[in-house]
Design a protein around this ligand. Structure first.
Ligand code: NDP
Ligand code: 2IT
Length: 452
């Protein structure tokens, strides 16, 4: 007879046939929490797996806007409010042409368990649009953001749902979104996080995801008497998460060899030091140009354009630690095999679901330390939740205080994930541990709150 997890996966597949990323995320979680489902049959009798994969609410709206030449465009806006059992909905907004409902359902589903792991009282959500910011002027992005918020504002709020950034949404976009929210509601409240420090934001929020991922790697390596100091590192992406991953790696004495964008990657044999990272930040955040320009500026670096093949040459560069920090499914089976062939010690997921299921299996069987996204990249939403605390108290904490809290929470996430894996007979398996620890808290809250 099939298990409850298998039956629930089959039911979710039948209901959501054209959403491959969502199904991938659900399969991974459900199959890895089997031990806890066996231990507590009440999860089945109360249909927790059926309920937890169904968004509490989905908002979908038209986003019309006018380009600089007067042309009219229409995009699609979404907010997937997945689960509010342990707190108000919380999660980022993604602006990227690949966005559709199924992609946001995967991200919102992951967010539920990630937010549970942070130890803070936040439910899970995700939103965004298929708007492509590339090549758009500042004024076009501003008009788009204002129109997006006109469609969203009545569904969010400090006690309801608190969006933040994700791919394509950084401090600039949060500013435009926040200004419009404030205008429409006549209220200055912490309804968005990732705000500028001068208008209600938290210090360390820009750094939090990248710093948190490196802190998590440090914890994992610590279990083997090792650390990031002196290691060579492969980082993908060159956006928010990648930039602050490299910054923290530099601070801790590691050397980063690679960064990338969707056009290609750079390999710098001398390492991307603080000065070169400042160049990348200016290139990506101010000039909004391509990473290829890095190799023009630093001629010892080699630029390789994306080929679209089934293996990414970035992951064939020899390195001790890998930090995939761009997007989902960016490490496939061949990439994992290449990393293992080059004796990678740890893979720490800065992006959401960057490793495919066959990649994960290979890392497991090769005994590579594997930090799954919902634990390893939880630092971003952690400091978002700390921003909510500061907004409620009408205070702003010092940089050192926020960083210290982030460091402690990443340490706690690491130990709760390890403990859960150990308790259920999967010692050292961070994937099983993260899924179980994240799930149990939300599922038990759902039991307490009855069938709603
Ligand atoms: P940014 O928009 O700042 O940067 C994204 C980077 O990834 C860019 O270099 C971008 O290249 C690259 N990228 C995006 N899509 C693709 C793609 N389809 N193929 C190849 N490269 C791509 O986003 P973030 O750094 O904020 O987010 C990166 C990842 O981290 C995402 O998975 C996000 O969900 C996750 N994350 C982000 C958090 C945050 O706080 N921001 C928190 C937790 C997770 P290009 O410029 O060419 O598009
Ligand atoms: O994937 C994520 O955790 C984020 N994009 C951050 C969400 C948040 O609310 O800060």
């Amino acid at each position: 007879m099939s298990s409850y997890a298998e039956r629930a996966v089959a039911a979710v597949e039948e209901r959501n046939p054209h959403e491959p990323e969502f199904l991938q995320a659900v399969r991974e979680v459900y199959t890895s929490i089997e031990p806890v489902l066996r231990e507590k049959p009440v999860y089945e009798s109360e249909q927790i797996l059926e309920r937890i994969a169904e968004p509490e609410r989905v908002i979908m709206f038209r986003v019309p806007w006018v380009d600089d030449a007067g042309g009219v465009h229409v995009n699609r806006g979404f907010r997937v409010q997945m689960n509010s059992a342990i707190g108000p909905y919380k999660g980022g907004l993604r602006f990227h042409p690949s966005v559709y409902l199924g992609l946001l359902k995967f991200l919102a589903f992951e967010q539920v368990f990630k937010n549970s792991l942070t130890t803070l009282p936040i439910g899970g959500a995700k939103g965004g649009s298929n708007f492509d910011p590339k090549g758009r002027s500042d004024a076009e992005v501003r008009r788009f953001c204002q129109s997006f918020m006109a469609g969203l504002y009545s569904h969010i709020g400090q006690f309801t749902d608190v969006p933040a950034g994700d791919i394509g949404v950084g401090t600039r976009e949060i500013g435009y979104l926040f200004g419009q929210y404030k205008r429409l509601t006549n209220e200055f409240s912490g309804a968005l996080t990732g705000k500028g420090f001068g208008w209600g934001g938290s210090l360390i929020r820009p750094e939090a995801t990248g710093y948190g991922a490196v802190y998590f790697a440090e914890e994992m390596l610590g279990t083997r008497g090792d650390g990031v100091e002196g290691k060579t590192c492969l980082v993908s992406g060159s956006g928010n998460v990648a930039q602050y991953t490299v910054e923290k790696l530099n601070q801790l004495g590691a050397k980063t060899l690679t960064m990338s964008d969707s056009s290609g990657f750079v390999f710098d044999p001398d390492g991307i030091d603080a000065e070169k990272l400042a160049f990348v930040m200016e290139l990506k955040n101010v000039r909004r140009a391509r990473i290829a320009a890095y190799a023009d500026k630093y001629p010892r670096a080699i630029y390789t354009p994306s080929s679209g093949g089934d293996a990414n040459p970035l992951w064939a560069v020899p390195g001790d630690l890998a930090f995939p920090s761009a997007t989902q499914n960016e490490i496939g089976g061949k990439d994992a095999a290449n990393l293992i062939g080059n004796r990678v010690i740890a893979v720490t997921e800065g992006a959401n679901m960057p490793t495919t299921p066959d990649g994960i299996e290979l890392f497991r069987s090769a005994d590579v330390l594997f930090g799954p996204a919902k634990a390893a990249n939880a630092g971003g939403v952690t400091v978002s939740a700390l921003e909510m605390v500061q907004d409620s108290m009408r205070v702003q904490w010092e940089r050192g205080e926020v960083d210290e809290r982030l460091r402690n929470i990443m340490r706690n996430i690491h130990s709760s994930v390890r403990d859960a894996a150990e308790r259920y007979g999967h010692s050292g398996d961070y994937l099983v541990g993260a899924n179980i620890a994240g799930f149990v808290k939300v599922a038990d809250a759902m039991l307490d709150e009855a069938v709603v």
